[in-house]
Design a protein around this ligand. Structure first.
Ligand SMILES: *Cc1c(COP(=O)(O)O)cnc(C)c1O
Length: 501
C-alpha cells in the first residue's frame, strides 16, 4: 500500500481536481469519474457521428459497432465467456433486477423467492410477485437450506435465490460460492447476485461458468464513476429457460409483430436482443468504453483496488474502534459483522457503518453527524441506506418496533434519528479507488475533534495546514508548546500514517 499511496496523490491532482478541499467518503453511493475519461468521451462525441443503432447508414453502423465492441469488452472484464454468458444493457442495477423478476413473474406456475437479510431494497421488492418468499436472516440459514433435502414437490417448483455480493450498509461480503452450490444441490433454483456495491472495489471472475450466478446485476457508475448505465449479465441457459420467456416485448426485440387483426409476434434470438427494449443508451455505452480504458490506465486491475481500499478502511475501522471519551466510553459503535474482517477482502469491503455516542452513553443523531460533516466539507451517507434487513439487524429493531416508529411518523430518509432513545439509522463512510489516506485522516480528525474534544480546538482544516507546516523540518513556528500539542495530535489522530505519507 505504501507504494500505491504516492501514486494516488498524483492521480488525484491530475484527474480529480473537483476533489480539492472536499473529503468524499460516499463511494458506495457513487464513485468518481476521472477528467481523462470525460475529455476522451467529449472528444469522441465531437469528432464522430453516432446515429440510432440498427440501421444501414454509416452513422448507425458506427453506433452498433461500438455497442457490440463494448459489450464484448465488459464480458471480458469479468472473464465471462460469450459461449456461456450474454450481457444486457439496462439503466441501472435495479432495472436488471426487475428484468429478472419480469421473467420469473411470467412463468405459468410462478416462483418461490429467497433473499438474504443484507439485501438492498431493490432486491427485497422482487418478493412482491412471488408465490411465496423467505428472508434468510443469516448465512447459516442459507448454508443449511443449500444442504437440506427437499421434497419432490419443492424440487419441481421454480425458485430464485438472491443476495448481495457486498452489503451496501456495512460492506460485509457474502460467499460467492453459494451460486455453484445451489446449482448442484437445489433443483430448479436460479441465483441472482447483486454485485452493485461489491464491484466498486471488488473483483468478479466468471471464468468458471458452472459455479457462476445465473444473473448478475450491476451499475457502471459505481465502478467507473460514469456513465449512468447498468448491466445484467445472464448465464445463457438461465436466459433461455426464464427471462427470454417474459411476455412483454419492446421496440427492437422482435423479428415481426402482427397487430391489427391477429396478436402474434416472433422474438429475436440472442438474449440481449430480445431484452433490450427500445433505443439503447448508446451514447452512454460509447462512454463506457472510455471509462474502461481510463480505469485500466489509472488503476490497473480491480484486484489492486480491492487490496488498497481495504487497507485504508482498516485504518479507519481500527482508529474508530479505539476512540474513547475521557471517561472511557467508546465513541463509536461500529456495525461490522462478527465474521467479517478488515484483513480479508473475501469477507469485508471498504465500508464502515457506525453511530456515535456522547460521553454519557447517549447517541448523537446520524443526521446531526452528517450535518457536521457537511460543514467540514466531508461527504458521507446516513440513514437506512436502502438496506432494511441489514439496518434493522444491527440496530436491533424488530418489525413491531419499526412499525411503531412508522406510525409515530418516521420514514426513510427523514430526521427522526432516534426513536425511544435508539438510533433508527447509521452513518456510513465508503472508499473507492481514488480515496487517499488523507481522506481517512481528515475524517478521523473530524470525528475526534467534533465528538471527543469538547469543541474548544481550532478547526480541523487549520489544524491540518498546521500539521503540514510542522511536518517540514524548518517550520518557523515550532515552539515547544505546539510541538507537544501536535505530537499528541499526530499520535492520537493520524498516528504514524501521516508522518509516513
Ligand atoms: C446501489 C445498489 C443498488 C441499486 O443500484 P441502482 O444503480 O440504484 O439501481 C442495488 N444493490 C446494491 C447492493 C447497491 O449498492
Amino acid at each position: 500500500m505504501r507504494s500505491y499511496s504516492p501514486k494516488i496523490e498524483e492521480i488525484r491532482r491530475k484527474e480529480y481536481g473537483y476533489l480539492n478541499g472536499v473529503t468524499y467518503l460516499d463511494h458506495a453511493g457513487c464513485t468518481l469519474y476521472p477528467t481523462t475519461l470525460m475529455q476522451n468521451f467529449a472528444q469522441d462525441m465531437a469528432s464522430n457521428l453516432f446515429g440510432n443503432p440498427h440501421s444501414a447508414s454509416p452513422s448507425s453502423m458506427l453506433s452498433s459497432e461500438r455497442v457490440e465492441t463494448v459489450r464484448s469488452r465488459v464480458l471480458k472484464f469479468f472473464n465471462a465467456s460469450p459461449d456461456h454468458f450474454d450481457l444486457v444493457f439496462v439503466a441501472n442495477a435495479t432495472a436488471g433486477i426487475k428484468m429478472v423478476m419480469d421473467g420469473f413473474r411470467d412463468l405459468k406456475d410462478g416462483y418461490w423467492y429467497g433473499y438474504h437479510r443484507d439485501s438492498h431494497t431493490s432486491l427485497v421488492g422482487v418478493r412482491e410477485h412471488s408465490t411465496a418468499s423467505q428472508c434468510f436472516v443469516n448465512d447459516d440459514q442459507v448454508t443449511e437450506w443449500i444442504a437440506s433435502k427437499s421434497t419432490a414437490e419443492e424440487d419441481s417448483a421454480t425458485k430464485l435465490f438472491a443476495y448481495p455480493a457486498q452489503s451496501n450498509m456495512n460492506g460485509r461480503r457474502s460467499p460467492l460460492n453459494w451460486c455453484g452450490q445451489i446449482r448442484k444441490n437445489k433443483p430448479n433454483t436460479y441465483t441472482l447476485l447483486d454485485a452493485a456495491a461489491y464491484l466498486t472495489t471488488g473483483y468478479l471472475d466468471l471464468s468458471n461458468h458452472q459455479d457462476a450466478p445465473d444473473f448478475v446485476c450491476l451499475s457502471f457508475y459505481k465502478i467507473f464513476g460514469f456513465p449512468d448505465l447498468g448491466a445484467l449479465i445472464v448465464r445463457k441457459s438461465a436466459g433461455a429457460e426464464i427471462i427470454t420467456k417474459r411476455k412483454y416485448f419492446g421496440g427492437g426485440t422482435v423479428k415481426m409483430v402482427l397487430s391489427i387483426d391477429t396478436a402474434w409476434h416472433s422474438k429475436r434470438e440472442e438474449i440481449h436482443e430480445c431484452l433490450e427494449d427500445g433505443t439503447l443508451p448508446f451514447h452512454n455505452i460509447v462512454a463506457l468504453g472510455h471509462a474502461m480504458d481510463t480505469y485500466a490506465d489509472l488503476y490497473g486491475s480491480p484486484k489492486q483496488v480491492s487490496a488498497y481500499t481495504l487497507g485504508l478502511a482498516k485504518i479507519a475501522y481500527e482508529k474508530l474502534s479505539n476512540l474513547r471519551h475521557s471517561n472511557g466510553v467508546a465513541v463509536c459503535e461500529i456495525y461490522k459483522d462478527e465474521k467479517a474482517s478488515y484483513n480479508d477482502s473475501t469477507t469485508q469491503g471498504p465500508t464502515v457503518a457506525f453511530n456515535i455516542r456522547k460521553p454519557d452513553g447517549s447517541w448523537v443523531g446520524k443526521s446531526k453527524v452528517e450535518e457536521a460533516a457537511i460543514k467540514n466539507n466531508i461527504h458521507l451517507r446516513s440513514g437506512g441506506v436502502c438496506n432494511p434487513g441489514g439496518v434493522a439487524t444491527v440496530l436491533q429493531w424488530d418489525s413491531v418496533g419499526m412499525k411503531k416508529n412508522f406510525d409515530e411518523g418516521m420514514s426513510c430518509g427523514d430526521k427522526n434519528d432516534l426513536m425511544g432513545g435508539k438510533p433508527t439509522g447509521i452513518v456510513r463512510i465508503s472508499l473507492g479507488a481514488m480515496s487517499s489516506i488523507k481522506d481517512v485522516e481528515i475524517f478521523l480528525l473530524f470525528v475526534e475533534q467534533t465528538y471527543v474534544y469538547s469543541g474548544d480546538m481550532v478547526g480541523y482544516t487549520e489544524l491540518l495546514t498546521k500539521l503540514e507546516k510542522e511536518a517540514q523540518p524548518q517550520a518557523p513556528t515550532r515552539t515547544e508548546e505546539n510541538k507537544k500539542a501536535l505530537k499528541k495530535l499526530l499520535r492520537n489522530i493520524t498516528g504514524r500514517i501521516y508522518v509516513a505519507g
